[in-house]
Design a protein around this ligand. Structure first.
Ligand SMILES: [Zn+2]
Length: 1013
C-alpha cells in the first residue's frame, strides 16, 4: 500500500475489525479439579508447529524449542496466566483448559457418572475431541518430558470448545483454488456469497480451520456433503468438522454459502458514496483487504503464504460495471434480471490481494506491452485521468524491463475510489487509489503530478515486489513496502527526471532517522502475531527505513550487482513466498563482506549508529554507538552495526568517483588517510542510514570549507550535515552555537534540499516554543529564522514556476513566512486570493502555493466561508485537500471544533480526512489543545472508524501530542492512554508519544536559555 499522498509521515491503512481482545482472555484452571470429561489421550492430537498450545507448569531447566514456541503463544494470546492463581479463575471464562496431565493414563470413571447429569456439555466436548487433528501428540507426545503440560481451548460464544488454539492457521491444509461468487445489493447494503475452495491435505486431519469474520454462514459442505462448524469470533476463525478423516495427499472441496452486511468502514467489502455534479448521491462498493480483511468478504485462508488461484463471479445490476483482478471472461444474464460477470482464473496469489468493485465508473485505456492499461473514476472526473494513464503506461514499461519478468496479466486497472483511507492499494491487476492520489488536471502543478506519479510507481512496483513474490508473514512486511518505496523513487527518477524526485527521497530518509532515534522504535523485521501488531507494521520503519537500507545496500555493492540480485530473487521466488534472508541470499557476495552479515545488523536491530570520527594527522579513528534521543545511559544498547562507511575528502568531494569505503564492523577501528587532506566528510550523499559527528577540528574544517565554496560537497551532503548537527544538538553532543556556525553558509546556498532541511529543523523548534508561549524565546527564534530566510522568502515569485525543486522550496518558505505573519507574504497571498475571487474562481492559482494562499484567506470570516462552499462542490480533489488544510488552519476555535466534528461524522468533509484535519489543527497554537481534547472525547467513535494500531491512529496520536512539553501534559497523555486498556493502551505509538513528550520536556529544561550563548 501507499501512504497518504503528499504526507509521507502518514501511512493510513485499511481497517480490520478489532474484536480480538474485547474480552480479556481468561483461563479456567481445571488442573486442580477432576475433569468432567477427560479426553482420551489417544485422541488428544495436535500439530506441534502450528498449534502453539498454551502450557503451564514447565520446568525452568527443560525448555526446548517447542516450549519456547508455547511461551510465545502465551504472549500471543495476551495471557499472563502462568503466574495466576487458579482459584481466581472465574468459571464463566471464555477458555477452558483440557487436561492431559495423565497423559497416557486411563480416564477417570467418576467423570462418566457426572456425564449423565450434564449430557449437553459432554456432547460438546466429545465433538471437539472428534474434531482434533490426528497425529503429533498421540504416542510420541505422551513420552514428552513435561507431564504437567495442559492444553487450552477457547470457548465459542455458545460455550463450546473451539478446537484450535492459535491465531495462525494450521499448516496441514493448503488452499489451491477458490471459486467465488458475490452478489452485492447496493440498496440494502448487504451481500450474498458462495465460495468453493479446493484444498490439499498435507497431514491427516479431522477438521479444517479457516478465517471468517462478521458474516452469517448459511451452509457448509465438504465433498458435497453438509458439514457442521464452530466459530470463534475473537480470532475470526471457523472450524469445520469432517465426517471422516482427510488423509495426507488427499484433495477436498469445501463449499460455503454466506451473507453479510457491506462494511461502512474502509475495509473488507465496503460501500462508498459520493455526490455527483447534479448533487445526487451515488453509491458503489469496493474492497480493501490488506492486511486482514479478505475474511470479511469471504471465508478464506487469510494469511499471505496461503497462495491460491481465484475465479471470481460478480452479480450486478445493469446500471453498474464490475471489475476484479483479472480480465472479464464473459457476462451472462441471470434469472431475475441481474448480470453475472465472470473473470478469468488468476495466478496463484495471497488473499489480501484479491479485489472487486461494483460501480458506475468511466475510464480511459491504452495498450502497453500487451497489457491493456485503464484508469477509472466517477464519470464527473473522467477529464482528470490522462496524466495517470500516461504515467502508468511509462512506468509499466520501466518495470517490465527492470524486473526482467513481464507483467503477467493482460490488463491492469487503476481505479480512484471516492472513500479510501490509504493512498493506494496494489491489488493484483486492480490497483485502487484515493482520488487525490490518482486524479490531476492538465493545469495541476508539477508537485501534484509528482505525487501521482510516485504513488503509481509504488503500486506498480508491488505488482512484482509483493504480488509476484510475497513475504511469508507480516513480520517481513518491509520486503513489500521497503522495496516498493525504494523502487518508487528509482523508477520515477529514471522515467520522469523532470519531477526531480531525489529531494523527496533524501527528505524522507532524514525524517525517518528522527523517528528511528526513539527508544520505542522497532527493528525493520519484527515478530508480529495479533491483528494490532500486524497493523502497526505499516509504519515508517517498514516503508522508509526499509527503502533507506536498500539504498545503502545498492550503493555499497553497486547498482548493477544489486539489480542482478533483485532479478534473481524475483525469478527464484515468483508466484511463491520469501523472507528477508531469502532476499539477502539472492544477492551476490561482496569481495570482503557477506550481504547477510551486513544486513542482519540493519534489519534485526532497531535504531541506527552514530559514527564518531577522530582524526589526528593521517590517522582516522572511528567508533560507533547506538544513537538515541536520550541522555539516559540506561537506555543505551550494546548493538553494533556492520557499517559500509563511505567518505570523501577535499581532493575530490562531490562526484560519485570520489567515494571511498571502509567497513566498520567493530566498536572502534582506525585507518590512514593522506595527511594533506584538509577535511573528511563521511556518509557520501547521505546514502547510508547512520549519522556522523567529528571530533577535534573535524566539524570546523567542514564548515569552513562549505562557507568558502558550497559546491565542494554534493547538496545531499550539505543537507545531511545540517540534519546531523540538529540531531546531535538534541542529545547535547553539539551546541546550538555550532549549528548557527554552520548555518551562516546558508546565505550562499542555492539548492532546495539544504535550505529546506534547515528550515524544517528550525521551524520544529519554533513550534515547540510557540506551544509553550515562551514569547521571549519565540521572538528571538523567529528573528533568527527570518534573518536566515527572510530575504529568500521575500524574493519568491507568486507566478507559475516550472522547476519542481523551486516549487517545493517556495512552498515551504512561503508557508513559514505567512504563518509567521511576514507582511510581504500575507499581502501577496491576499492579492492572489482576491484576484481568484474576482475571476469567479477561474484564474488559476499555481498549485504549489495554493495552500499558502488559501490558508491566509481562511483567517477571515468571508475567506473561510468562501473556501468551505467551494470545497463542498469542487470536483478537483487535489485542490480540495489544499482548501481543507486552509480551513483547518483557522484561528477561530468555533470553526476548528465544527470542522473536527463534521469530519468525524463525514457530513461535509469525508471521514477519511480526519487525520489531515487533526494534524493541521494541532500544528497551530489556537487549535492544538482542542485537537487533543477532541481525540480524548471521541476516542470510542474514532476507533470504530480506524482500527487500533493502524497508521491512521498512529498519525492521530502523534500529531495531537507531539508538541506537548510539560509534565502536566505528560501525565494527562499517560493517564488517558492507560485508561483505554484494550482500546489502544498497548499501541507502540503510545510509547512513542510518551517518549516524545519526555524528550520535549528535557529539551525545554536544557536548551532555551543556552540557545543564544
Ligand atoms: Zn505499498
Amino acid at each position: 500500500m501507499e501512504p497518504f499522498q503528499g504526507d509521507r509521515a502518514s501511512l493510513p491503512r485499511n481497517m480490520i475489525e478489532n474484536t480480538m481482545f474485547e474480552e480479556e482472555p481468561d483461563v479456567v484452571d481445571l488442573a486442580k479439579e477432576t475433569p468432567a470429561y477427560p479426553l482420551d489421550p489417544d485422541d488428544v492430537v495436535y500439530e506441534p508447529r502450528s498449534s502453539r498450545l498454551l502450557v503451564r507448569g514447565l520446568g525452568e531447566n527443560d525448555m526446548d524449542e517447542d516450549e519456547e514456541d508455547y511461551e510465545s503463544s502465551a504472549r500471543l494470546l495476551g495471557m499472563s496466566f502462568m503466574n495466576r492463581s487458579s482459584s481466581l479463575r472465574p468459571k464463566t471464562s471464555n477458555y477452558a483448559r483440557q487436561d492431559r496431565a495423565g497423559s497416557c493414563s486411563v480416564p477417570s470413571t467418576r467423570t462418566l457418572i457426572v456425564g449423565v447429569f450434564i449430557l449437553v456439555v459432554a456432547a460438546s466436548v466429545a465433538m471437539v475431541i472428534y474434531f482434533l487433528p490426528r497425529c503429533t501428540f498421540t504416542k510420541e507426545g505422551c513420552h514428552r518430558e513435561n507431564d504437567t503440560m495442559e492444553l487450552i481451548y477457547p470457548r465459542t460464544s455458545d460455550g463450546q470448545l473451539f478446537p484450535w488454539t492459535s491465531l495462525r492457521l494450521p499448516d496441514n491444509i493448503r488452499p489451491v483454488h477458490y471459486e467465488l461468487e458475490i452478489q452485492p445489493n447496493l440498496t440494502t447494503m448487504t451481500f450474498n456469497g458462495k465460495v468453493s475452495i479446493q484444498v490439499n491435505i498435507l497431514n491427516d486431519t479431522k477438521m479444517i480451520v479457516l478465517h471468517s469474520s462478521d458474516m452469517k454462514i448459511i451452509n457448509v459442505a465438504v465433498q458435497s456433503k453438509k458439514a457442521t462448524f464452530l466459530e470463534y469470533k475473537p480470532w475470526q476463525q471457523i472450524a469445520i468438522k469432517l465426517t471422516k478423516d482427510l488423509k495426507k495427499d488427499e484433495s477436498c472441496l469445501l463449499e460455503i454459502e454466506y451473507s453479510a452486511n457491506l462494511s461502512n468502514k474502509y475495509m473488507g467489502f465496503y460501500n462508498s458514496s459520493y455526490i455527483d455534479k447534479g448533487h445526487n448521491k451515488r453509491v458503489l462498493v469496493a474492497t480493501q483487504f490488506e492486511p486482514l480483511a479478505a475474511r470479511n468478504a469471504f471465508p478464506c485462508f487469510d494469511e499471505p503464504a496461503f497462495k491460491a488461484t481465484f475465479r471470481i463471479k460478480i452479480n450486478r445490476e445493469d446500471a453498474y460495471i464490475a471489475l476484479s483482478n483479472m480480465p472479464k471472461n464473459q457476462t451472462i444474464k441471470l434469472p431475475g434480471g441481474l448480470l453475472q460477470d465472470e473473470f478469468e482464473k488468476s495466478l496463484p496469489m495471497s488473499t489480501y490481494l484479491v479485489a472487486f468493485i461494483v460501480a458506475n465508473f468511466s475510464h480511459v485505456s491504452r495498450n502497453a506491452s500487451d497489457t491493456l492499461v485503464s484508469v477509472y473514476a466517477v464519470p464527473d472526473k473522467v477529464d482528470q485521468l490522462n496524466y495517470a494513464l500516461d504515467s502508468a503506461v511509462k512506468l509499466l514499461e520501466f518495470y517490465n524491463k527492470y524486473a526482467e519478468i513481464k507483467f503477467p496479466l493482460k490488463k491492469l486497472d487503476l481505479v480512484a475510489i471516492p472513500d479510501f483511507l490509504a493512498g493506494a492499494m496494489e491489488n493484483w491487476g486492480l490497483i485502487t487509489f484515493r482520488e487525490t492520489a490518482l486524479l490531476v488536471c492538465n493545469q495541476s502543478s508539477l508537485t501534484d503530478k509528482q505525487g501521482v506519479a510516485a504513488v503509481i510507481a509504488h503500486e506498480l512496483a508491488h505488482q512484482w515486489f509483493g504480488n509476484l513474490v510475497t513475504m511469508k508473514w507480516w513480520n517481513d512486511l518491509w520486503l513489500n513496502e521497503g522495496f516498493a518505496t525504494y523502487m518508487e523513487f528509482k523508477s520515477v527518477d529514471t522515467v520522469f527526471p523532470e519531477l526531480e524526485i531525489g529531494n523527496s527521497f533524501l527528505s524522507m530518509r532524514l525524517r525517518v532517522l528522527e523517528k528511528d532515534s526513539l527508544n520505542s522504535s522497532h527493528p525493520v523485521s519484527t515478530e508480529v502475531s495479533t491483528p494490532e501488531q500486524v497493523e502497526e507494521m505499516f509504519d515508517s520503519v517498514s516503508y522508509e527505513k526499509g527503502a533507506s537500507v536498500l539504498l545503502m545496500l545498492s550503493s555499497t555493492m553497486s547498482e548493477e550487482k544489486f539489480h542482478k540480485g533483485v532479478t534473481d530473487y524475483l525469478q527464484k521466488y515468483k508466484e511463491k513466498n520469501a523472507d528477508t534472508e531469502d532476499f539477502w541470499k539472492s544477492l551476490p557476495l561482496g569481495k570482503s563482506y557477506s550481504v547477510v552479515e551486513i544486513m542482519k545488523t540493519w534489519t534485526l536491530q532497531k535504531g541506527f549508529p552514530l559514527v564518531t570520527v577522530n582524526r589526528t594527522g593521517n590517522r582516522v579513528t572511528l567508533s560507533q554507538e547506538h544513537f538515541l534521543f536520550t541522555a539516559d545511559p540506561t537506555t543505551k544498547s550494546e548493538y553494533l552495526w556492520h557499517i559500509p562507511l563511505t567518505y570523501v575528502n577535499d581532493s575530490c568531494g562531490s562526484e560519485p568517483d570520489c567515494k571511498q569505503m571502509f567497513h566498520l564492523k567493530d566498536k572502534t577501528a582506525s585507518f590512514d588517510v593522506p595527511g594533506s587532506a584538509k577535511w573528511l566528510k563521511f556518509n557520501f550523499k547521505t546514502e547510508g542510514f547512520y549519522i556522523v559527528t567529528y571530533e577535534a577540528e573535524g566539524w570546523d574544517a567542514l564548515i569552513y570549507a562549505i562557507n568558502n565554496n558550497t559546491e565542494i560537497l554534493a547538496h545531499e551532503d550539505r543537507a545531511g550535515m545540517i540534519n546531523n548537527l540538529f540531531m546531535l544538538s538534541r542529545v547535547g553532543k553539539v551546541s546550538f552555537r555550532q549549528i548557527k556556525n554552520l548555518l551562516k553558509y546558508l546565505h550562499h546556498e542555492t539548492q532546495p534540499a539544504p535550505l529546506m532541511e534547515a528550515l524544517i529543523q528550525l521551524d520544529q523548534i519554533y513550534n515547540l516554543l510557540e506551544k509553550r508561549q515562551d514569547t521571549r524565546q519565540l521572538s528571538r527564534m523567529k528573528a533568527y529564522i527570518l534573518d536566515l530566510f527572510g530575504g529568500l522568502m521575500d524574493s519568491q515569485s507568486w507566478e507559475e514556476e516550472t522547476s519542481i525543486s523551486k516549487q517545493e522550496l517556495r512552498s515551504d518558505l512561503l508557508t513559514v513566512a505567512c504563518r509567521y505573519f511576514r507582511e510581504n507574504c500575507t499581502k501577496s497571498a491576499m492579492l492572489i486570493f482576491n484576484q481568484w475571487m474576482e475571476s469567479n474562481k477561474t484564474k488559476r492559482i499555481p498549485g504549489d502555493i495554493m495552500k499558502v494562499v488559501f490558508s491566509v484567506a481562511a483567517q477571515s470570516d468571508s475567506g473561510w466561508e468562501t473556501l468551505l462552499s467551494t470545497y463542498k462542490y469542487s470536483m478537483v480533489d487535489i485542490d480540495k485537500r489544499k482548501m481543507l488544510v486552509a480551513l483547518a488552519s483557522t484561528d477561530s476555535v468555533r470553526r476548528i471544533v465544527w470542522l473536527m466534528q463534521d469530519t468525524l461524522e463525514g457530513s461535509n468533509i469525508q471521514t477519511q480526512e480526519l487525520p489531515l484535519v487533526l494534524r493541521t489543527v494541532s500544528r497551530n497554537f489556537a487549535g492544538h489543545l482542542y485537537a487533543w481534547n477532541f481525540v480524548k472525547e471521541n476516542w470510542d467513535t474514532i476507533i470504530k472508524k480506524f482500527p487500533i494500531g493502524s497508521f491512521v491512529l498512529q498519525d492521530i496520536i502523534m500529531s495531537t501530542t507531539s508538541q506537548f512539553s510539560t509534565e502536566r501534559h505528560l501525565v494527562e497523555v499517560q493517564y488517558f492512554f492507560a485508561s483505554l486498556k484494550d482500546k489502544g493502551s498497548e499501541m507502540r505509538c503510545v510509547s512513542e508519544a510518551v517518549e516524545t513528550i519526555k524528550l520535549n520536556i528535557q529539551w525545554m529544561e536544557r536548551n532555551p536559555d543556552t540557545l543564544w550563548n
